[in-house]
Design a protein around this ligand. Structure first.
Ligand SMILES: [Zn+2]
Length: 339
């Protein structure tokens, strides 16, 4: 137990470290000065992820969102590729954990992960079984950047990119340039995929009629740029752990998809803007979600980022918005089992 408490403490301490980078005027500005008020997150280099511990993450309670029950008629596929070894788990008395039958019928139960579910539940006895199962599916029982899966269909609009899911190294989306009239002051050329660009333009124009100015601050960043930044940081003498806390690794940034847009300014002062007040309850109608919401940091792996919008299309974005779930949770419950 002592070991678990130490691990918990390490995770909590890591999560309390808010790193940051003031925003990018150009796409590949690297983060510099940490500040308690600003996270960079994905905006520059996916900053501020909590440092993974070497133990399963005993995630603090994120929110009391009840987990939906899957429809019994939907037949999940059981071809989940993951069957990774569990030797990297700490010792814990898990063999006696019996997962009740009803949870074996969840659409997002995978028999290949049964032992991981048992171990995670043993480490997190306060979690319900469905939550333990869900969190293992997201990957939260392992440190970030472990057990990485390469994304097979990176062009899907519902693609999930995070610290466990990586875009192929050669992936490059089809991009279109954003009209300069939509850009925040001082921002260089910006690009999004056609669907996201058109949706953003529509949202921008509708907001304009209300006297609001929702501008583009940052969009696509190439995988190579991200690789280069990360490597440069490591070569500068910093530890990998330190760099990981401030910079995402190549292929793991949602900005690579061409579906993510940082709006207005990646600074928490933008939260008090009229624009934020409007889009936080309207962006989903245009197909965007606030991808890294408050209270879900331990699931998404990123600090709350009110400026980072992700395009999913209006239907899916509305479903995610109304669910109150993070996209990791929503994806694991409603998308992954049926792909
Ligand atoms: Zn971002």
């Amino acid at each position: 137990m002592k070991k678990i408490y130490i691990s918990l403490l390490a995770v909590i301490l890591a999560l309390s470290v808010v790193s940051c980078t003031p925003a990018a005027q150009v796409v590949d500005v690297s983060p510099t000065t940490p500040s308690p008020n600003v996270t960079d997150g994905l905006d520059n280099q996916d900053n501020s992820q909590p440092e993974p511990s070497n133990t399963p993450v005993s995630t603090p309670e994120p929110e009391n969102t009840p987990l939906p029950t899957p429809k019994p008629t939907e037949k999940p596929k059981k071809n989940e590729p993951d069957s990774s070894p569990v030797s990297d788990f700490p010792d814990v008395e898990w063999e006696s954990i019996v997962i009740p039958e009803e949870f074996l019928n969840l659409s997002y139960y995978y028999s290949a992960k049964h032992e991981r579910y048992q171990r995670y539940k043993a480490l997190n006895p306060d979690y319900d079984f469905d939550k333990a199962i869900l969190y293992v599916n997201i990957g939260l029982d392992k440190p970030y950047y472990n057990d990485i899966r390469e994304i097979k269909e990176p062009d899907r609009l519902d693609v999930l990119v995070n610290k466990y899911n990586k875009l192929p190294d050669n992936y490059k989306p089809q991009l279109e340039e954003i009209p300069s009239s939509l850009l925040a002051p001082g921002v260089g050329k910006q690009y999004l995929r056609k669907e996201a660009k058109e949706a953003f333009e529509k949202m921008h124009n509708d907001a304009k009629k209300l006297g609001l100015n929702i501008t583009v601050y940052g969009t696509y960043r190439s995988i190579q740029t991200q690789h280069d930044i990360w490597n440069r940081k490591v070569k500068s003498g910093r530890t990998v752990e330190d760099v990981d806390r401030l910079n995402s690794r190549g292929g793991h940034s949602e900005h690579h998809t061409g579906l993510a847009v940082d709006v207005i300014k990646n600074d928490y002062t933008m939260e008090s803007s009229k624009e934020f007040e409007w889009y936080k309850t309207n962006a989903h109608k245009y197909g965007f979600i606030i991808r890294y919401p408050k209270g879900k940091e331990n699931i998404t792996g990123y600090s709350y980022e009110p400026w980072h919008l992700r395009y999913l299309g209006p239907e899916l974005a509305t479903a995610v918005y109304e669910s109150g779930l993070s996209y990791e949770e929503y994806y694991a419950i409603y998308i992954e089992p049926f792909i």
